[in-house]
Design a protein around this ligand. Structure first.
Ligand code: FAD
Length: 466
């Protein structure tokens, strides 16, 4: 059978699944994309509520992956707006540029604190150089990277508030895979490097870029996934919104078919498949396999958890409230507030703006529910920051996602390996993306994962599928 006639089923219509679909349909393959929500885009989406669009956390595309960026721009056409990165960190009553600059950081510290920070960073560097060590948890990894003083000053309390866990309860892997590097500390380290005190290689993650162009749209984050989905449709792909994965039938080490359930009418449909690319949470994928997975695997799934995110989208009766695209807050009920109008979002009526207020939470807690008390605290903190007053807030819309961030809790690694090892035994299945790979990609990296998964089907090892 010509492989181009194969039915490829993609589970999850976030940007990873969509981009896999984009690649495969462009190559002439028959593709079905199954998405439980009514709209595509997953985390990187938004929706119209009232007269305006609200993002599920402000989402802007980076240019780092040129091939993906150029394809996205071709699909978006005039809907794309280029905007310079202009972000801030609010901390201790001051504003700092994001990513944190060396000069700003010095300004924010007392001479005593600065001396303490440099001395402890120096100590950490010397220790790493003389006797490199493997940190056992997130606290040790941060101390290894930044020294004790900066750890206590900058990370300890914030990590706890953001992640709902003390750094001692989080895996060291989290620092490698998720935490952005402090550019200011890189500068200090370079200085120490000039003095011959340089740490061993391979311990850290990439720094954020100081200046770069991001891409947005007048309708916000919803535009990019909408444009990709529309291209897939034009290329013959089948889209199944409002359809959750119900079960996957495994036979002789392969997925034979996928059963999906429409959440509107409750009807089920079975899609036969030659390959499956799954971008839904890896734990949900395992639970859907039939016959059921062994109990040991189900138990390991319990150790893979996610931190939910809730977004309060506010329509505010003000022309503009902040001199940035977004600001990170370390001491407020929210951790980031974006003003997407500053990136080109069209807001109605005239003289109004939209604020996207992001918070991590627990499913079902007050933030998640959006109780009046919580809305009041959000507005009180916005007021305390001088962004808007109670009377300026015209409406509050709430967007929720139970899978905001994977949590690398202490000791999760063997469970992750057990689960992925089990899935590797299924020949025609790939589990990728933020939820399928249990990782923290940006949009372009999630799309790259989708493109790579598609590539494995287009050009299997040793195969000749051109
Ligand atoms: C607050 C926040 C802000 C961010 N800002 C940026 C940014 O500005 N720029 C950037 O590059 N990245 C940003 N990111 C990262 C980016 O959102 C993600 O990495 C990317 O969207 C992940 O895409 P994905 O397709 O892998 O996963 P997801 O978007 O999570 O997609 C998974 C999809 O699977 C669907 N699904 C789940 N279960 C089922 C089921 N049983 N059946 C069917 N479908 C199912 C979900 O509904 C979802 O659509 C941000 C992330 C967050 C949390």
């Amino acid at each position: 059978m010509d492989s181009r006639q194969d039915d490829i089923v993609i589970l999850g219509g976030g940007v990873c699944g969509l981009f896999a679909g984009r690649r495969l349909t462009a190559a002439g393959y028959r593709v079905s994309i199954v998405e439980k929500e009514p709209r595509f885009g997953g985390l990187a989406s938004g929706m119209k509520m009232g007269r305006n669009f609200y993002d599920q956390g402000v989402h802007m595309l980076h240019e780092h992956d040129r091939e993906i960026y150029e394809d996205c721009m071709a699909m978006m056409g005039k809907e794309s707006v280029a905007v310079e990165l202009n972000a801030r960190i609010r901390w201790g009553g001051r504003f700092y540029r994001y990513p944190l600059q060396f000069a700003d950081m010095i300004k924010g510290m007392s001479p005593l604190m600065l001396g303490h920070a440099v001395a402890s960073l120096l100590l950490a560097q010397i220790r790493n150089k003389i006797a490199p060590w493997e940190p056992e948890n997130c606290e040790e990894a941060l101390i290894q990277l930044y020294g004790k003083a900066l750890y206590h000053f900058f990370f300890e309390d914030f990590t706890y508030r953001y992640w709902g866990r003390h750094p001692l309860q989080i895996s060291a892997m989290f620092v490698k895979r998720k935490m952005p590097r402090l550019t200011a500390v890189d500068a200090l380290k370079r200085l120490l490097g000039h003095l011959g005190i340089r740490e061993g290689k391979g311990r850290t993650v990439e720094s954020a870029l100081l200046s770069e162009t991001l891409h947005y749209s007048p309708t916000g984050a919803e535009a990019l996934p909408r444009c990709i989905a529309s291209q897939i449709s034009k290329d013959g792909g089948r889209l199944f919104p409002e359809s959750a994965v119900d079960s996957l039938k495994v036979k002789n080490g392969k997925i034979e078919s996928v059963r999906i359930r429409n959440s509107g009418n409750g009807l089920c449909k079975t899609l036969s498949c030659s390959h499956v690319i799954s971008t839904i949470p890896i734990t949900g994928l395992l639970k859907a396999l039939r016959p059921r997975v062994p109990q040991g695997i189900t138990e390991s799934c319990e150790h893979l958890q996610w931190l939910p995110i809730v977004v309060y989208g506010l329509l505010v009766k003000k022309e503009r409230v902040m001199d940035a695209l977004y600001t990170y807050y370390r001491e407020r009920v929210f951790h980031r507030v974006g003003e997407p109008r500053n990136a080109g979002l069209k807001v109605e009526p005239h003289g109004h703006t939209v604020l996207i207020v992001e918070m991590t939470c627990k499913e079902g807690d007050e933030k998640w529910q959006g109780t009046q008390a919580m809305k009041d605290s959000v507005i009180a903190d916005l007021e305390a920051e001088g962004l808007c007053g109670r009377a300026d807030v015209i409406e509050i819309n709430i967007l929720r996602n139970s899978h905001g961030y994977p949590v690398f809790s202490l000791g999760y690694e063997p469970h992750y390996e057990k689960v992925t090892g089990y899935l590797e035994g299924i020949d025609n299945l790939q589990s990728v993306g933020r939820q399928g790979g249990f990782s923290f990609p940006n949009m372009h990296s999630a799309m790259r994962m989708g493109a790579d998964a598609a590539e494995k089907i287009l050009r299997p090892k040793g195969g000749d599928n051109e």
